[in-house]
Structure formats: structure tokens, C-alpha cells
Design a protein around this ligand. Structure first.
Ligand code: SF4
Length: 339
């Protein structure tokens, strides 16, 4: 691992690609602190925008503040955090407090590797009611074993001084006392330092979305061993639960391609034989009942005009040799199975 120490203190910043972490970095750069960024990736991120929009996202850290950013993946152990969060969920299946603790623990190990003097975040007091109130911020710090050592430059003046401020490593007078959801001051600072002109909400988290949370709950319920590869499958297609089987139906060409890529060796592939239609994947227990059910769904989402049609299926895309004639599922019939 490269040695980043250049004489001045080195801070490792948890950066999301959003405005708050950008300003947290700016505040430290303005007092000549060396900053390295750390960004966590996972299939739950909805952050393609960060890479497409030159006015938004992680590229700003490189381009305008000269900050090197590292990327770490949330790993399979994160899924156990979602299954059983010590501090509960937010609005949907987002275990925000436990999530922060998880990434800070990983960040701490990374900070040791690069010999960073401290860790900081772009958290703002009371910006989110559950995970960023004073009690939550203290809990996060304590559970991540960072008591007194975690700097939050945007709200520092409203929080107890960290050891870094007490020792004079960080000049507290150059930090801020922002509270709440408004990003007015952050945007003013970004503008005045030529970082960006407009505020773009960056990224997002699928765990906060109702439809995805329902799929995720189903996944947690039916699977003992959890993997991030399985989670990727939850992002695409229409999902149906049929007893111990899961049926996924592509909604367009792109999703059909992705389902083919993500198919496991034991999953069954299915498609309409005589008309254009979706790729269907069947996971879990395979029996006659689920094959018939999945086939009726596959026909429903195909271009078939008739009420009955031929469906082919098998384990490999090029050898869908099995076939059957089924009746198209009606909306009322399939609705109870839809996740
Ligand atoms: S919104 Fe998602 S990524 Fe953000 S803290 Fe909550 S669980 Fe973690």
C-alpha cells in the first residue's frame, strides 16, 4: 500500500459522491490536511449518475480537490447486517445505523493500512431523523470503536470536540456547525470554491425502496446462505414467489441478457417458443407445478395473442429442448405471487 504521508496529518474520508462528503473534504483540504477518499460499493447502490455527470459524483474529488479515492466492496457479511440489524431498520429494509457501523469498522482497518491519522465523514447532525440524530451519531462512533476519534467536519461545532481537535491536529475553528436537511451552506461553499454549481442528489440505496425491500425480505426468508451475487439478481426483472421456488421474468432486452449472465448452474431457463417474449429464470425447488406456473407467466409477458401457447425450457440457453403448451396467466391469477 502506497504511503500517503507527506508531512501533514492524513485523514481518511468516507465519501459517497454527494455534496456533504465533498464539503467535508474541502474543509480539511483548506486547513492543509492530506485527504484520501474511501467509497463503498454494493449491489444496493443506485449511483450510475456519479459516473455519467461531470458535475456530480466522485470524479469531483479527483479533478478539483486532487483526492485519491479507493473503493471497497460491501461483502457477504453485510447481508447478515441486513438480516439482523442491532439498531433496527429505517423506513424500509435500510439498517442505516448498523450500516454506518459496518463501513466504519472496515474503514478503520483501511485507515490502519494507509497509516491515516483519523477518519472523517460528511454526516450532518439531524439530516436524517433516525440515523443522524445526536444519539445515533454517538452510537455509531461507539460501536465502531471510534469514540472521540471520528471527525464530522460539517457538524463539528455542535458535537463534542474529538481528540484530534483537542490535540490541535485539526483546527476546530475552521469546521462548521450545520444541522438539518438544508444543503444551502454546503452548496454556497461548493460554488464559492468552484467545485460545482448545482446540487445533484447523488446515488441512493435500494434498501430504502419499497419494492426492492419486499424482494430482499423474501430473499432473506428463503435463503440461509446469503451472497451479494444473489442480490444482483434481485435488481432485474419481475419477481414471483411460488412456494420454495423463485421465478424471475425479464422486462426488456437488457434484463433478459442480464438474467442469462446471472443464471446459476441449476436454474431453469424458459421462453416462448413461437413468439418474442421474455427470458424467465426459475430458481430453487423445481417441480411440475412450478414449471407450469412459470410457463403461464412467460406466455403472459410474451407477444402471444392467443390464450394458449408453446413454451420451451431447459438448463442451457442453446438447449431448451423441453416444451409444453400452457394457458396464459391472468393478472388476477399472478398478482398474489408477485413480489
Ligand atoms: S441508506 Fe443504505 S447505504 Fe445509506 S446508510 Fe442506510 S442502509 Fe446504508
Amino acid at each position: 500500500m502506497e504511503d500517503f504521508k507527506k508531512g501533514s496529518p492524513l485523514g481518511l474520508g468516507l465519501i459517497s459522491g454527494g455534496l456533504d462528503s465533498l464539503i467535508a473534504c474541502l474543509l480539511l483540504k483548506l486547513q492543509n490536511i492530506e485527504v484520501i477518499g474511501l467509497n463503498f460499493k454494493s449491489p444496493f447502490c443506485v449511483c450510475d449518475k456519479a459516473y455519467k455527470n461531470s458535475e456530480c459524483g466522485l470524479n469531483l474529488y479527483y479533478d478539483k480537490l486532487g483526492i485519491k479515492t479507493y473503493f471497497l466492496q460491501k461483502e457477504n457479511d453485510y447481508l447478515e447486517v441486513i438480516r439482523n440489524p442491532k439498531f433496527g431498520y429505517g423506513k424500509n429494509l435500510n439498517p442505516c445505523i448498523d450500516c454506518r457501523i459496518y463501513i466504519l469498522k472496515k474503514a478503520k482497518k483501511f485507515a490502519d493500512k494507509i497509516n491515516a491519522d483519523f477518519i472523517f465523514t460528511g454526516e450532518v447532525l439531524d439530516q436524517r431523523p433516525k440515523s443522524q440524530n445526536l444519539k445515533a451519531l454517538k452510537t455509531i462512533e461507539k460501536e465502531a470503536f471510534l469514540e472521540g476519534k471520528l471527525l464530522r467536519p460539517l457538524s463539528a461545532l455542535l458535537l463534542k470536540p474529538t481528540i484530534l481537535e483537542e490535540k490541535g491536529i485539526i483546527d476546530r475553528s475552521k469546521l462548521l456547525g450545520i444541522k438539518g436537511r438544508s444543503r444551502k451552506l454546503q452548496l454556497e461553499l461548493a460554488r464559492s470554491h468552484g467545485l460545482l454549481n448545482e446540487y445533484y442528489a447523488c446515488g441512493g440505496c435500494l434498501l430504502t425502496e419499497k419494492e426492492f425491500a419486499s424482494r430482499m425480505r423474501d430473499y432473506l426468508k428463503f435463503n440461509k446462505i446469503l451472497t451479494m451475487d444473489d442480490v444482483r439478481l434481485l435488481k432485474y426483472g419481475r419477481h414471483f414467489r411460488f412456494n420454495h421456488s423463485k421465478i424471475i421474468i425479464g422486462r426488456n432486452k437488457l434484463e433478459n441478457g442480464l438474467l442469462l449472465q446471472l443464471k446459476g448452474p441449476d436454474d431453469i431457463l424458459m421462453e416462448a417458443a413461437e413468439v418474442h417474449g421474455p427470458i424467465t429464470l426459475i430458481l430453487g425447488r423445481i417441480d411440475v407445478e412450478v414449471i407450469n406456473f412459470a410457463a403461464s407467466l412467460t406466455l403472459r409477458y410474451s407477444d402471444a395473442k392467443n390464450s394458449h401457447g408453446k413454451i420451451i425450457f431447459g438448463k442451457e440457453p442453446k438447449t431448451l429442448t423441453e416444451h409444453l403448451i400452457v394457458e396464459k396467466a391472468t393478472q388476477d391469477y399472478l398478482k398474489p405471487f408477485l413480489l
